[in-house]
Every structure is written in structure tokens, then in C-alpha cells.
Ligand binder design. Structure first.
Ligand SMILES: NC(=O)c1ccc[n+]([C@@H]2O[C@H](COP(=O)([O-])OP(=O)(O)OC[C@H]3O[C@@H](n4cnc5c(N)ncnc54)[C@H](OP(=O)(O)O)[C@@H]3O)[C@@H](O)[C@H]2O)c1
Length: 280
């Protein structure tokens, strides 16, 4: 499946899914600022073009944009084909695009749930599988997967499937990091806590104690930590002191204590209806 392509210039290229806003856009700023050309992938063409103009103007980097809905399974191989056909060699893959869906699982919108899992799990896995062989062949590459601090906690009512999806991202990253030792390819999981982006409204997370009580980290702070960790070849990074403490506690035995604390923080006294998004 690997396509060998010549680099058009000596700058490395970072492909960032969900690079048009939020944490992804800040990651694009980090990679652009540190001498990378960029490939941004998201659905909204308008947001992609706006981001590309800002990044090119600020850092003089080349920015290619691909307007793709990553929940569409056929779109993943097609994106890989288009990127390689355009002669772009991806040196850094940032699997950032993700959505959430807060609310009682039993009454959740099944299509919304499946799209979330498709995006958070399947697209990340497929893009990693597609771009990794080229990196191994070249003996260098970096993959930065955006998980979440919730990946350190077992369970979490009101967003059980989102939390499970981020457990998957962290577990996949840790497994691949071991598997890839000695190949020149590093895999990193960036695990942010509550961050001030559109995700909070998109996921309906604003009603949860964790989002109401804990201070939100800025997306640029999250991106700086992610960039540094990926370049240093760290397997995991949790931005922010409080989030680091949570992650530490989440893995301490007995895990039932962390599970109880997380269950408490995931509850929402505001939610009495079946549709938590309306309550936000
Ligand atoms: N914000 C937080 O509190 C927080 C905490 C922990 C982890 N995270 C994780 O951080 C990552 C980035 O989230 P964010 O907070 O930056 O969210 P955001 O501001 O909502 O940005 C999401 C990005 O993903 C793109 N996207 C969404 N659905 C897509 C699809 N189907 N196909 C292609 N692109 C899609 C969006 O662009 P379009 O809508 O135009 O497609 C946008 O560029 C996610 O994986 C999230 O789970 C966030």
C-alpha cells in the first residue's frame, strides 16, 4: 500500500485531521511555526481555507487542505490516495479530529454515536495503518494521537462510549509505541483535560461537573505540550498540572476509587431530561 514519493522540498510535512479549529488548529500553528509544511483535513471548506490563509501568512509554510468527512469509511483510503498522488510525503500524522456525545447512552442518537466511534476510533486506526508503512520504510516519522485525560479513568457515566473511545486511543498508542521501538517512528498520545474549544458545545459536555468545575486549559497550551512530546518521542503527555494529577490518580490501585471519583464528576445535576444537549 505504501507509495514512495519524492519530497518537493526539504521541509517535513505534518498532516493534521481536524486542523481547521480548536486543538487541531493550534497544533497546526505549532508545526507551522517549527518549520513544517501542513496538510489540513476537516469537513468545512470555509474553515479549512481560513486556517490555511492564516498559517501560510504567519509561517510562510505550504498548506494543502482536504475537505473530507472522516466518518465515511471509503474517504480514508481516498484521502491517502489523494495525498500521495499530490506528491506529499507525510512525516508527521496528527490524528486529532474527534467528537463527543454526552447524555444517557440508552436514549442517545444511534447515528451520532456511530459517527463518533467511526471518527474517534476507525478513522484514526485507518489513517495510522495507511501512513505508517511509509514512515517505517523511511526510518522516521511521528504519529500524534489525541486521546483525553478521561482515557486514564475506567468508565464514566453519561459519556461511556466517548470515554471508551479514548481508552482505545491510549491503548493503541501504547501498544504501537512498543511495537515500533527501533523503527525510527514514534507514537504519542496527547491526553488533554477540559479545553476551551467548540467541542464543549458540540459534545454537550458543558453540563458535566468536570467541565463546570475544573479550569479549562487553552488549546494553545494543549498544542504546545503535544508538539513537544511528539518531537521528544514521549509515549504519553497530559497537559496541565491538575490533569496530570488526575491521570496519575486514575491509574493508582485500587481503580475503584478513581472510578467512583470520575463517576461523580461525570454526573450532571442539570440533566433531568433525556436530551442533555438541550439542557446545556
Ligand atoms: N476540548 C476538550 O475539552 C477536549 C478534551 C480532551 C480531548 N479532546 C479531543 O481533542 C480533539 C480535538 O477536539 P477540539 O476540542 O479541538 O474540537 P473542535 O474545536 O470541535 O474541533 C474539531 C475538529 O475536527 C473536525 N471534524 C469534526 N468532525 C469531523 C469529521 N466527521 N470529519 C473530518 N473532520 C471532522 C472539525 O472540523 P469540521 O467540523 O469542519 O469537520 C474541527 O476541525 C478531539 O479528538 C477531542 O476528543 C478535546
Amino acid at each position: 500500500m505504501t507509495t514512495k514519493v519524492m519530497k518537493r522540498d526539504s521541509r517535513p510535512t505534518a498532516l493534521i485531521t481536524g486542523g481547521s479549529k480548536g486543538i487541531g488548529l493550534e497544533l497546526a500553528n505549532q508545526f507551522g511555526q517549527h518549520g513544517h509544511d501542513l496538510v489540513l483535513v476537516a469537513r468545512s471548506d470555509r474553515d479549512l481555507k481560513r486556517a490555511a490563509t492564516q498559517l501560510h501568512t504567519e509561517y510562510g509554510c505550504r498548506v494543502d487542505v482536504f475537505s473530507v468527512d472522516l466518518t465515511a469509511i471509503d474517504a480514508l483510503a481516498e484521502l491517502y490516495r489523494q495525498v500521495t498522488d499530490n506528491g506529499i510525503q507525510v512525516d508527521v500524522l496528527v490524528n486529532n479530529a474527534g467528537t463527543g456525545d454526552v447524555g444517557p447512552f440508552a436514549v442517545s442518537d444511534i447515528n451520532r454515536q456511530l459517527d463518533m466511534l467511526q471518527l474517534n476510533i476507525v478513522s484514526l486506526t485507518a489513517l495510522t495503518r495507511l501512513f505508517l508503512p511509509g514512515m517505517i520504510e523511511r526510518g522516521s516519522g511521528r504519529i500524534l494521537n489525541i486521546a483525553s485525560v478521561v482515557a486514564y479513568f475506567a468508565g464514566g457515566s453519561n459519556w461511556a462510549s466517548y470515554v471508551a473511545s479514548k481508552h482505545y486511543v491510549l491503548a493503541l498508542t501504547r501498544g504501537l509505541a512498543k511495537e515500533l521501538v527501533g523503527t525510527g517512528v514514534n507514537v504519542t498520545a496527547l491526553c488533554p483535560g477540559p479545553t476551551a474549544t467548540a467541542f464543549v458545545n458540540q459534545a454537550g459536555a458543558g453540563v458535566m461537573r468536570i467541565y463546570r468545575w475544573l479550569p479549562k486549559v487553552t488549546p494553545s497550551e494543549v498544542a504546545r505540550a503535544g508538539y513537544r512530546a511528539a518531537m521528544a518521542g514521549q509515549t504519553t503527555v497530559v497537559p496541565g498540572l491538575l490533569n496530570k494529577l488526575f491521570a496519575f490518580l486514575g491509574e493508582l490501585p485500587p481503580r475503584s476509587i478513581a472510578q467512583w471519583v470520575f463517576g461523580f464528576l461525570s454526573r450532571s445535576p442539570l440533566v433531568t431530561t433525556t436530551d442533555t444537549r438541550k439542557a446545556s
